[in-house]
Design a binder for this molecule. Structure first.
Ligand code: MF3
Ligand code: CO
Ligand code: CO
Length: 265
């Protein structure tokens, strides 16, 4: 996404607490949506359920009206099915079918702070290849997260993700990257999901950003539709994505968008 500032903000303890609240609400929203994701449901129904839940929790949906190259984003979350890499627009015409994979990407704003997280869900019983893609993509995200600690560098994330994805026979999308996130939805630093270990900016305590690898079965090249949002794989093969918002701590990393069930474990 577009970088809006060069300087990387280091968040105060108070601001990190706000990010924890936004992150936890985002995770709870995905937990709430997960059981709705099944064959026969439209992506607009998922959107509308999310919008109502978000309003009931005194939050706002950051994607709704978010500025883009052509038009503002028209819905409250992104639903990216099968060959859609990211930024799929929910629609009444798009009915989920057995065997689909769908990434649901939510970003509630709580008290001015953004919690940005996504998961790829299986609809019914996808092919073994689709399942493997989803598993490898989630593991890519975790390997990226584990590369983060003070003194390590941005390139360490991409190197870890790229090595694993390519060893499994998949490719890493270049055109969309992770991003700083706090009061601003998309800001510095940019976090590529490919790259070279030891290169790039050093992590410092208080940095907050997303790690959100998009991993493709075929080529990493994408094509964006005339709506200015929907990004598809150039070869129309499958793509998957997972995303967490994380903070750099004294000695490692805190995942701000963990599901409550996982925090308790
Ligand atoms: N949540 C997406 C991200 O991870 C951004 C969506 S912008 C939107 O960065 F406008 F498409 F919603
Ligand atoms: Co997101
Ligand atoms: Co993001």
């Amino acid at each position: 996404m577009v970088e809006q500032q060069e300087v990387i903000t280091l968040l105060s303890r108070r601001e990190l607490d706000k990010m924890r609240q936004a992150g936890s609400l985002a995770a709870r929203l995905l937990d709430y949506l997960e059981p709705l994701v099944k064959p026969g449901v439209s992506t607009l129904e998922i959107n509308d359920a999310a919008e109502a839940w978000t309003q009931n929790h005194d939050a706002k949906s950051a994607p709704l009206g978010y500025p883009g190259a052509v038009d503002p984003f028209p819905k409250s979350l992104c639903t990216s099915v099968n060959e859609v890499v990211c930024h799929g627009i929910p629609s009444a015409d798009q009915i989920l079918r057995d065997g689909d994979i769908i990434n649901v990407d939510v970003t509630p704003i709580v008290d001015g702070y953004h919690g940005d997280t996504s998961r790829t869900f299986l609809v019914g019983t996808p092919s073994p290849l689709a399942k493997k893609l989803v598993e490898v993509t989630e593991e890519c995200m975790w390997r990226g997260i584990q590369a983060v600690k003070p003194g390590a560098r941005v390139g360490d994330i991409g190197a870890a993700i790229q090595a694993y994805a390519e060893a499994e026979g998949f490719s890493v999308v270049r055109d969309f990257v992770g991003h700083g996130v706090h009061r601003i939805f998309h800001t510095a630093p940019q976090i590529p999901h490919y790259g070279v270990a030891g290169k790039g900016k050093k992590f410092r305590k208080g940095m907050v950003f997303t790690i959100e690898p998009m991993i493709n079965v075929g080529t990493y090249e994408v094509e964006v539709l005339a709506d200015g949002w929907t990004a598809l794989t150039a070869d129309r093969k499958l793509s998957a994505q997972f995303e967490h918002t994380i903070a750099v701590t004294e000695d490692g990393v805190e995942v701000l968008t963990l599901a409550p069930s996982k925090v308790a474990a």
